[in-house]
Design a protein around this ligand. Structure first.
Ligand code: C2O
Ligand code: CU
Ligand code: CU
Length: 494
């Protein structure tokens, strides 16, 4: 049996068990009633700034809901960072202080910013030091995030909690007839999978198998609380801004009763709202959803997942499949009472004739390497080994591609084995094809992530910001253990 069919079989087994991944916590928690949805603290800078914005990275202690204190990392909080809200045209003057006992880098995922402030692995922050980039916000309204991008330890550090959300607003999004009251009808959801030991403490261990599959655990966590969580909402439309911050899991999202309305993807609003039963999110992807609570007392967001294989293929697009992660309970109060909008933004179809350069990237698993031996030898560090792109593992001192500033290019990406989420820094792109077919309607707007399997995935991408060889942009698999293990490359724009 080859690797892929093995994965299919084991994922199908998990589904047969009835839960799409089996959320059996092993801690006697599966029976408990939902805990409240934690609201991530909002730092709203969109109306103006007074001074620099501190982001303090440090160790924390956090109870995910097991009753035990887990050792975590956080950004101004014991676990995870804030939701920062900024406006197109602003400059975000961040002071990123490293209060950890190890080196970090902090990357702004999704921002269209020069390499010099991108926060890739060349921009290391030593313990006790502060990195102070002035981050120019120059893009449409969109949900972005920031997370560890430290060379070789991105996976463990991000899992530990070095991740936060960055919402960009613009004139259109602020004027749009949509729910936008944070914590009332507008919620940010950070979805992650976590493993816990018998005492209920969060665990992370790199083994050869974890390098290969990426780290996958069976307990879903929403904003740092073990699912299911519940939230009271007013009668009206509810907006959910969802980030898949898992290290490696693809998540299949659906609702218990009705279809999802998708209004935005990684890079901002879709041309028009897309109604769909299912959204499949890779690690690193963001989608904004509307849930219609005008006629319903209750609705639930469901998540299911396979093991490395394509969950859509396995499960189909029926409603009501999966495990409840968030329950919305309607109260008597009146909320946003509009109908879901149809037209959202102007989104001309991608025009491939604009491209002047075509490049090809093949993601390699490097199975000839003994990943178990690497894991044992390196402890929780992988770095420049094992996996690669176009046969070459990531090297900090090698530039893999040089792009001319202002050029539009077609990048064709495929994979030798397994499904991978491919990400490019410094831009948003359009997906021309995904694994040899058309992308789903909800993924046909602005994106910075594309799913890659054996068939070619093609993106149309324009590079508008410079990245010199000192601080190049990265392109990589967003299964963080694959990234750490070498499935990453570097490019300059100039
Ligand atoms: Cu979200 Cu290079 O990363
Ligand atoms: Cu990025
Ligand atoms: Cu990968």
């Amino acid at each position: 049996m080859n690797r892929r069919s093995f994965l299919r079989t084991s994922a199908a087994g998990a589904l047969a068990a009835g839960t799409g991944g089996g959320l059996l916590y092993g801690l006697g928690l599966a029976e408990t009633s939902p805990r409240p949805l934690p609201l991530i603290p909002l730092r709203d800078l969109s109306a103006g700034l007074d001074g620099r914005v501190p982001l303090r990275l440090g160790p924390g202690v956090h109870d995910f809901g097991t009753g035990a204190a887990s050792a975590t990392y956080g950004i101004g909080s014991p676990y995870l960072g804030p939701v920062l809200r900024v406006r197109n045209g602003q400059t975000l003057p961040a002071d990123v202080f490293n209060g950890l006992e190890e080196t970090v880098a902090l990357h702004w995922h999704g921002l269209h910013i020069p390499g010099a402030v991108d926060g890739g692995p060349h921009q290391e922050i030593e313990p006790g030091a502060t990195w102070s980039p002035d981050v120019p916000i120059a893009q449409r309204a969109s949900m972005n995030w920031f997370h560890s991008h430290t060379h070789g330890t991105t996976a463990r550090q991000t899992y530990s909690g070095l991740a936060g959300v960055l919402l960009v607003e613009d004139d259109d999004s602020l004027a749009a007839y949509l729910p936008k009251t944070y914590g009332v009808d507008d919620f940010t959801l950070v979805l992650q999978d976590k493993a816990f030991d018998d005492d209920g403490r969060m665990t992370y261990e790199l083994t050869g198998q974890v390098f290969e599959d990426g780290f996958e655990a069976d307990v879903m966590v929403v904003n740092g609380a073990i699912a299911p969580v519940a939230q009271a909402v007013p009668k009206g439309l509810i907006r959910l801004r969802v980030l898949n911050a898992c290290n490696a899991r693809f998540l299949r999202l659906s609702l218990d009763a009705g279809p999802l309305t998708v209004i935005a993807s990684d890079g901002g609003f879709l041309g028009e709202a897309v109604e769909t039963n299912v959204v499949v999110m890779s690690p690193g992807e963001r989608y904004e959803l509307l849930v219609d609570m005008r006629e319903r007392d209750r609705e639930a967001l469901l998540v299911s997942f396979g093991d490395g294989a394509d969950p859509l293929e396995l499960i189909g697009d029926a409603l009501g499949l999966g495990t409840e992660v968030l329950e919305l309970r309607r109260t008597a109060s009146r909320g946003f009472d509009g109908a879901p909008p149809r037209a959202l933004a102007s989104l001309p179809p991608p025009d491939r004739t604009q491209a002047t350069v075509t490049r090809e990237f093949v993601l390699n698993m490097g199975q000839q390497e003994d990943l178990a031996a690497l894991a044992a030898a390196w402890g929780n560090f992988c770095g420049e080994g094992g996996m690669g792109i176009n046969g070459r593992p990531m090297k900090m001192d090698r530039i893999d591609a040089e792009v001319r500033l202002g050029d539009t290019e077609i990048w064709r990406i495929s994979s030798e084995d397994m499904l991978h989420p491919f990400h490019v820094h410094g831009c948003s792109f359009r997906i021309l094809s995904q694994n040899g077919g058309s992308p789903p309607a909800y993924a046909s707007g602005w994106k910075d992530m594309v799913h890659v399997e054996e068939g070619w995935s093609e993106i149309l991408v324009k590079f508008d910001h410079p990245a010199p060889a000192r601080t190049p942009y990265m392109f990589h698999c967003h299964i963080l253990e694959h990234e750490d293990c070498g499935m990453m490359g570097q490019f300059t724009v100039g």
